[in-house]
Design a protein around this ligand. Structure first.
Ligand code: GLC
Length: 715
């Protein structure tokens, strides 16, 4: 097969761009670091016999392309009619795409990670996924080719070497991760070009950070956002009051309550249904006084409705998508609906301002952007629906995977303008969307399988630079059970974004829905979460600043340990906490693998030697939290909502190893700031190194530009 001219550009020693023709990235602007390459440190770029590229680092081949022609893995010639009659579907086996990037998988044991929110295991080798944001509420599983997000980043591990690949195109593309040919990883696209970034480094953390340097920096949320969120489709005013009252009465932590679509008048965005939520403004104000913020859902599609101001005003500026020049209409919750052209600045400004006014009018704290794939009930939007952006016409095929990003960017601007950190959540996203918003992974279900999936899903989102991500705890669709709800909260207790949310008509799953025992356990774990807020907040800072995942697979910190490369049910929360929850129905104990080093059980203080499996008892009210021996962790106590102004004392936990009399200390650099404004971007924050020695907490202020007075008390 003849290979066209292929170019290799060095962004730096660890980031290369390999292309025949570059994708036009203007719609999502990458943050290419300044070009800076020391010739001696450059990896060696070679050519295979067929002209494809291979890369050697430190004398070892770490990466090699492999030509893939259009007949690669030919289709099975079988008559499928009989199978179709029973409702079976055939997956798309087409390989004849315009662009076919082939990468050799160098060994049978190579692992492939990445691709964002797929409901899959950490290692995605052998599967095929399609980057095309979709909205499908049926039961997601690992063979689901597309979910809500298109994050075209993968990371490959071969022996001790690692590399990452990012495909910088918003057009639909397919990642065949060794499904058709176990020795080749392919990226296919009809409209995207032969063009990708290659990330090299010594460890997976190097790769992830190099990728983040290109697509980041991600959002840094308020400290409050890391508290607990309670949601339901759809609380009435009275129900919301009941939720807030019960939380307050029993000191059960709560920071946000979410209002789903029924708070709107006929699902018209930026309106309020006075019957469903009478006195909404008063409600928001009362909640705020109790430390509880209100987050309202906003969908992009606008009801096509004469006389409805949002529709009329945006129509006046011709701000809706068109088809052959005429307003394009599909259907979403409000019935006939039209789609804002967020690719235009005046349209974004309109929605930015109306969001600001709406939030001010009622006292709303945050916006939950949903249905922004964009969803459409009357079939998918045709590929040629037009978004006449500012500089050029953008068609839906290019716009689709970026629609959620442009909506999120619009929403987030309405906060940033007022020097506030955005409290924005999105469902749909492209690789670069975490710059603007936190995210959740859409409509999961109350299934043990989805509880298990939540861990690799959020860990993978973290590898891809989406740190502030979470799932619907308890499951969205279907009915949860007492045991599932408890185990789910336990398992996801360190998830960066923690929200319990459930669908209309399903069994209620607020903390008290299953009686006393559940309630007490729920309370115990929510309080635990709140204790860890200073630690988690600092992890978010490190993620934002350096691209270090806060909710990470074990291999990120122990890349040399073969055992951890496919552990889906244990999580590293930062570099010093290993969380191994029960994720199976009926289990009262589980096998925990602890990597090298010594580990201390957070609850009992018992020490374990790493590099081995243990069977650990975990009755229904417990989970496995293991802390690296000697590690320091900053905690807070007794708070039921997060207000940084009210936090004056940090409690220092030291994971003492009984065998070394507690002498070893792994210090921690606490990040502190006002927790809500953008002043951190100007350097207004504190970095406080916490150590333990001579039986007390020792503090060193490495940076003191915010100057918060805090007391440190060793536990
Ligand atoms: C979508 C969202 C879900 C929400 C529902 C109603 O299914 O994913 O979270 O509750 O719409 O707005």
């Amino acid at each position: 097969m003849k290979i066209k001219e292929r170019y290799v550009e060095f962004v730096n020693e660890n980031i290369l761009r390999i292309y025949e023709k570059k994708n036009d990235t203007s719609l999502f602007g990458l943050n290419e670091p300044e070009r800076n390459v020391t010739v001696e440190k450059r990896p060696a770029v070679g050519r295979n016999a067929d002209g494809s590229i291979c890369i050697r680092r430190n004398g070892v081949t770490v990466f090699s392309e492999k030509a893939v022609d259009k007949d690669h893995a030919p289709e099975e010639k079988v008559n499928f009619d009989i199978a179709f009659k029973e409702g079976h579907k055939k997956s798309d086996n087409r390989r004849s795409y315009k662009t076919r990037i082939g990468i050799a998988l160098l060994g049978e044991e190579d692992k492939i990670y990445g691709l964002g929110d797929k409901a899959a295991f950490l290692n995605r080798r052998g599967y095929e996924y399609v980057s095309k944001n979709s909205d499908d509420p049926t039961q997601h599983n690992e063979t689901y080719r597309s979910l809500y997000k298109s994050v075209n980043f993968i990371m490959v591990n071969h022996d001790r070497t690692w590399y990452g690949v990012f495909y910088p195109s918003s057009y639909e593309c397919t990642f065949d991760l060794g499904k058709h040919d176990p020795d080749i990883l392919c990226i296919y696209s009809d409209k995207g070009e032969y063009d990708y970034y290659l990330f090299l480094g010594d460890s997976p953390l190097d790769i992830v950070r190099a990728y983040y340097s290109l697509v980041g920096p991600g959002i840094f949320t308020t400290m409050k956002f890391m508290g607990y969120h309670q949601s339901r489709w759809s609380y009435t005013d009275a129900e919301a009051h009941e939720v807030v009252r019960r939380h307050a009465e029993e000191d059960l932590p709560l920071d946000f309550i979410h209002f789903d679509i029924d708070y709107m008048d006929g699902y018209r965005v930026y309106t309020v249904n006075e019957n469903y939520v009478p006195e909404f403004k008063k409600t928001c104000e009362e909640f705020k006084k109790q430390g509880v913020g209100v987050i309202t859902i906003i969908d992009p599609a606008v009801k096509k409705d004469k006389g409805y101001s949002v529709y009329e005003e945006v129509k006046k500026i011709r701000g809706f998508a068109t088809l052959k020049g005429k307003e394009y209409v599909n259907e979403v919750w409000p019935g006939d609906a039209v789609y804002p052209d967020y690719f235009r600045k005046d349209v974004r400004d309109y929605f930015k301002n109306i969001t600001k006014k709406f939030m001010e009018k009622y006292g709303i704290t945050g916006i939950w952007g949903d249905m922004n794939e964009p969803a459409s009930f009357k079939g998918p939007l045709p590929e040629d629906v037009e978004f006449p952006g500012d500089e050029r016409m953008i068609l839906h095929d290019e716009a689709h995977n970026l629609y959620g990003e442009y909506m999120s960017r619009t929403l987030s601007e309405s906060f940033r303008e007022e020097n506030k950190r955005p409290t924005v959540i999105t469902r749909a996203a492209f690789a670069t969307t975490a710059r603007y918003t936190a995210s959740w992974n859409g409509d999961n279900q109350s299934l043990w399988d989805h509880l298990r999936t939540s861990l690799p899903q959020v860990m993978t989102m973290n590898l891809c630079g989406f740190f502030m991500n979470g799932v619907d705890v308890g499951g969205f669709g279907n009915d949860t059970t007492k045991e599932l709800l408890i185990r789910w909260l336990e398992a996801d207790i360190f998830m960066p974004y923690l929200r319990n949310h459930s669908a209309l008509g399903t069994k209620r799953q607020e903390p008290w829905s299953f009686g006393c025992e559940t309630y007490e356990i729920y309370k115990k774990f929510l309080r635990l979460r709140y204790e860890f807020i200073p630690y988690l907040y600092t992890l978010q800072w490190q993620a934002y600043k350096y691209g270090t995942p806060m909710f990470a697979p074990l291999f990120l910190y122990y890349p040399g340990d073969e055992r951890v490369k496919e552990i889906n049910d244990e999580v590293m929360v930062g570099d010093r906490i290993l969380h191994a929850p029960v994720v199976d129905q009926g289990e009262k104990r589980r096998v925990v693998y602890l990597p090298e080093g010594r580990w201390i059980d957070y609850f009992t203080g018992k020490a374990y030697d790493g590099g081995r499996d243990y069977i650990v008892d975990m009755p229904i009210d417990s989970t496995g939290i293991f802390v690296k021996a000697g590690a320091v962790i900053p905690l807070m106590k007794g708070k039921t909502y997060v207000d940084p102004k009210e936090i004056n004392e940090i409690f220092v936990y030291h994971a003492k190893d009984p065998e070394d009399r507690g002498d070893i200390c792994l210090p921690f650099d606490l990040h502190w700031d006002d927790g809500e404004s953008l002043d951190y971007e100007k350097g207004v924050y504190d970095t406080i190194r916490i150590k333990v020695g001579n039986g007390k907490a020792e503090i060193e202020r490495l940076k003191n530009d915010f100057g918060k007075e805090l007391r440190f008390t060793l536990l």
